[in-house]
Write a protein that binds this ligand. Structure first.
Ligand SMILES: Cc1ncc(COP(=O)(O)O)c(C=O)c1O
Length: 420
């Protein structure tokens, strides 16, 4: 990966351009906040973010002091009880939510169920639940299940087709802000407005947006939102998800999973459920504390970081991937499926190509980690906090090399593991 040119054609940007951009990168300091193996170019932070350097110390403290020494007194003495709200507020600051509206806990799938049921309960008598037929499977599966509970018809549409399907029968619309496959970014404000204009309730899945760009839930008048924390928020494998309940809905939100932690006075051990009046009503049962403590430490990675700078760098790096693919990879049948317009692009680039699975494996063998999405997409995730322009340049050169040499044809790269 040392040459700056392929067949004598200068690359755009050149290695020198990339190194110059790194030299003046206002986010360059953030790389030191993450642990990554030397020589590895990690383009999969849109699946599992890199480990923030603050996490091992926080975990050591959680294990050797909080759990092993302080034991049960940690609920009060080490702030375990308040953690779901504390971490929720920290996430809220990254997604444009004022304090008191975001609660951390459980998985995205659970939070999708919680919020979809609550949203449907807000619109009795309506007949349809709309979701994106290309959306992430769990979003569609949970929507189907909730629709069965409420006897609603599920309508699957691409967000661009939404206006044709919205009417006074629409109860709830559930969409991802960024498409997990194509990386397409949707207009949250316009869509939320359109949904409200027919009196329906909106649920946003922020999995592929939070931490990669500014999100303004309060400003767009969002109703509900959910998201995971193991992607761009770098919370770690199995890190707990979050739910956003807009303040104006708090008092009236009837959540279905009425665990004892969401009771207004859990330690009265009441026989009947009475929800907390605050966002604490979104608590369910005992949270995964070790994971939540890791996430709390991981969020330090965003201290003093401007999400506008994150977005600017994300767009610059994804521009570089797209421009390289257009110029040097089209001859191998590579097609950029991610929108080229900045306001329609999230923070990963998806390249459609023959043998995408094998190409992905061959890249991993060269120390460039992206991922594959069936049937034919190579996804390259761009995490501006820890990726440099030079790494992106080198990753694209490695991809060119894998395609040009046919290295992906090695049968070893065709073997499918359980997780692709
Ligand atoms: C849009 C979206 N929603 C949900 C999930 C995952 O849900 P869970 O955290 O419950 O596994 C993913 C995982 O990649 C996703 O991309």
């Amino acid at each position: 990966m040392s040459s700056d040119a392929i067949s004598g054609v200068p690359l755009s940007p050149s290695r020198a351009d990339a190194e110059y951009a790194d030299g003046i990168d206002p986010l360059g300091f953030a790389r030191r906040r993450f642990c990554l193996p030397d020589g590895l170019i990690y383009l999969d932070g849109n699946s599992l973010g890199a480990m923030p350097a603050a996490v091992p110390e926080a975990m050591t403290d959680a294990l050797t002091r909080q759990w092993s020494t302080d034991l049960i007194t940690s609920w009060n003495g080490n702030g375990w009880w308040e953690l779901p709200s504390k971490v929720g507020n920290r996430i809220g600051r990254l997604i444009g939510a004022a304090d008191g509206q975001v609660l951390c806990g459980d998985s995205t799938s659970v939070q999708l169920f919680q919020s979809l049921v609550a949203a449907c309960r807000m619109r009795p008598g309506r007949g349809t639940l709309i979701t994106d037929g290309s959306g992430f499977p769990t979003d569609q599966y949970i929507a189907e299940s909730v629709a069965r509970l409420f006897d609603l018809e599920v309508i699957r549409v691409h967000p661009s087709e939404l206006p044709k399907h919205l009417d006074d029968r629409t109860a709830v619309v559930s969409l991802s802000l960024v498409d997990y496959r194509t990386g397409e970014l949707f207009d949250a404000e316009a869509i939320t407005g359109a949904i409200h204009s027919v009196g329906a309730v909106m649920l946003w899945d922020l999995c592929h947006a939070a931490g990669a760009m500014p999100v303004s839930l309060d400003a767009i008048g969002a109703d509900f939102a959910v998201g995971c924390t193991y992607k761009y928020l770098n919370g770690g494998p199995g890190a707990p998800a979050y739910i956003y309940l807009a303040e104006r809905h708090l008092a009236g939100t009837d959540l279905p999973l009425t665990g004892w932690h969401g009771h207004r006075s859990p330690f009265e051990l009441d026989q009947h459920y009475r929800p907390a009046s605050s966002v604490e009503r979104a608590r369910i049962g005992t949270p995964p504390l070790l994971s939540m403590l890791a996430l709390d430490a991981a969020l330090d990675g965003f201290d003093d970081v401007s999400l506008y700078e994150v977005r600017t760098k994300s767009l610059a790096l994804t521009d570089e991937v797209i421009s390289y693919a257009d110029r040097f990879l089209a001859e191998f049948g590579v097609e950029v499926v991610t929108p080229r317009e900045h306001d329609r692009r999230g923070s990963h680039v998806s390249l459609r190509m023959p043998h995408a699975y094998e190409v992905c494996q061959a890249l991993i063998a060269r120390g460039v980690v992206g991922d594959f999405r069936a049937p034919d997409l190579l996804r390259l995730g761009i995490t501006p906090l820890y990726l440099s322009h030079t790494e992106v340049f080198e990753a694209m050169q490695a991809l060119h090399d894998v395609l040009a040499t046919g290295a992906y044809a090695d049968p070893a790269y065709a073997r499918r593991s359980a997780v692709t």
